[in-house]
Design a protein around this ligand. Structure first.
Ligand code: GLN
Length: 445
């Protein structure tokens, strides 16, 4: 399997990978074979997969899609990398992504855009665009992604694969390069909910090295798959079916809702009254945290350093000026402004209050229903180069961001094609209800 996957990656034209580690993969595959021969191998042993290039990998380049880290080789494995390798999964390399996970189209990558396997003109979504495309193109059966505002779910939708953002704190962030720490969460991307369940089981769990990791036992996520949906209460947030949603996507969702009804689910309308605050809240909090997290890239300790700096200030300015791309610079500037002394109350503090209102909306909805169902993205994939202004790009995540602000688990499941391009449906669950999400998705699939 590993040999076959390496051959496919070699022949692939979607630019899904930044780094391929054929040698490391072959060695890991041999080790998995030996475990199997000794009768010690688990169910995932020897299966090929790939990590988003945001996870530190010992001895292997970790670029985070940025020129800043083009020559960075991590001296250790992220917890997610370590755990998945421990389960016998074979990492074939590092997938392409938007620079520092900022973007919704994979076009901000220093390594060039990824092409959507359904149509090479189309973006794969982002920021985990390489991970989504690698699964959609059949290069590997599963990948890891990270989701700060939609970066697992939106590319999964645009590439016709399944992706899960777990409850915040479910998967360790240790060794995952930080973008917005209070929102970032790693999760699996694969063809089916069942594959996501297997991968999540290998990723999740308490980690004392991540202070926001939760001490909650990890269930066997495959165990309950197949349970009946009879009587499951699914809420349709009415704010998610308004005029922002493309007509073809709305039709695909209607058909999916009918299928859920046929499976025995009870469908009800619910309201998330502060839904329209999600994007503005996110674009204060995420840049604020990013400006703080990215201050470590100063040309001294990590990554790109400019040639012949005149003094310390010149070193900082030119190293960061050359190392970061436009979108990253925009976020650092917005975030620094929002956190500055005179503006902190007006922006950051206010955004934190809005965040609480958004969370309270979900808590009220989960008094009435078990799961929420809506679109993942406003429409199918757009073309590479089509969206040029940042705000229209930011609106790609209008339906995904709220789950990050509230810390809730959410997933995207393929829901058909619109003009030949895939669209996804999103399921949002209560805290730690990954089993409920996975089962609903599994029954639907
Ligand atoms: N598209 C959003 C952004 O650019 C979300 C990215 C993410 O989830 N990493 O910030």
């Amino acid at each position: 399997l590993v040999t076959e996957a390496l051959e496919r990656i070699d022949a692939d034209t979607h630019n899904a990978f930044i780094t391929v580690d054929a040698e490391g993969a072959r060695a890991a595959a041999r080790a998995a074979d030996a475990e199997r021969a000794a009768g010690r191998a688990g169910p995932l042993a020897g299966l090929p997969m790939a990590h988003k290039d945001i996870f530190c990998t010992d001895g292997l380049k970790t670029s985070c899609g940025s020129r800043m880290l083009d020559s960075f080789v991590a001296p250790y494995d992220a917890t997610v990398v370590e755990r998945m390798a421990g389960a016998g999964l074979v990492n074939l390399g590092k997938t392409n992504m938007d620079e520092f996970a900022m973007g919704s189209s994979n076009e901000t990558s220093y390594y060039g855009p990824v092409r959507n396997p359904w149509d090479p003109q189309a973006v794969p979504g982002g920021s985990s665009g390489g991970s989504a495309a690698a699964v959609a193109a059949g290069l590997v059966p599963g990948t890891t992604g990270t989701d700060t505002g939609g970066s697992i779910r939106q590319p999964a939708a645009l590439c016709g694969v399944t992706g899960l953002k777990p409850t915040y704190g479910r998967v360790s962030r240790w060794g995952m390069i930080a973008f917005a720490s209070s929102l970032d969460q790693a999760g699996p991307m694969a063809r089916t909910a069942e594959d996501c369940a297997l991968l999540l089981g290998a990723m999740a769990g308490f980690d004392e090295r991540d202070s926001t990791s939760l001490q909650e036992p990890v269930p066997d996520y495959t165990e309950g798959l197949g349970r009946s949906l009879e009587g499951l209460r699914i809420g349709l947030p009415k704010e998610y079916f308004g005029s922002g949603l493309d007509a073809g996507t709305a039709r695909a969702l209607e058909a999916a809702i009918e299928e859920f009804r046929g499976l025995g689910a009870e469908i009800r309308e619910v309201s998330l009254p502060h839904a329209e605050l999600a994007v503005p809240t996110y674009y204060v909090i995420a840049p604020a945290e990013c400006s703080s997290n990215l201050s470590r890239f100063d040309g001294v300790r990590y990554g790109h350093r400019c040639q012949d700096p005149e003094d310390l200030e010149d070193l900082y300015k030119r190293s960061r000026g050359e190392g970061f791309g436009d979108e990253v610079k925009r976020r650092v500037m917005v975030g620094t402004y929002a956190l500055s002394a005179g503006y902190f109350d007006a922006y950051y503090l206010k955004a934190q209050r809005m965040r609480r209102l958004i969370k309270n909306d979900f808590m009220a909805a989960f008094e009435e229903v078990d799961l929420l169902l809506g679109p993942t993205a406003p429409g199918p994939a757009f073309n590479i180069g089509e969206k040029t202004d940042p705000v229209s790009m930011y609106l790609s995540d209008i339906y995904t961001i709220a789950a990050n602000l509230a810390g809730l688990p959410a997933m995207s499941v393929p829901a058909g094609l619109v003009d030949g391009r895939p669209v996804g449906l999103q399921l949002i669950g209560n805290y730690f209800d990954e089993p409920g999400l996975l089962n609903a998705a599994h029954r639907y699939q």
